[in-house]
Unconditional design. Sequence first.
Length: 116
Amino acid sequence: MNMGMSAETEVSLDGLYRPSEDIVARNIEGELIIVPLVSGIGDLEDELYTMNETGKAIWDRLDGKKKLREILAELSTEFEAPAGEIEKDLIGLVEELVRRKILVAVKRNSQRRTRM
């Protein structure tokens, strides 16, 4: 059980997540930089966030359309690593970014699709 994670911020492999509208993310000289636009995002006012290569690969896929399970499969192939290792990193990063309000969960009812 994750201490400090409410039901609202609990991360699931079947969840959909996207960047908050209260941040700006830019690639500058090959580095991903996340800038909060409002106070209350992250821990400190005016704090910048950067991502390593793995974090950037995860971030680039968090578009609110792919479930974390799909992102996990893509990353396992791309990095040629066991899904269990990548799952731990993926869930950990998404939990942290949701907690800091940098990522938000996408409501599923707006994602309904019919399969035949």
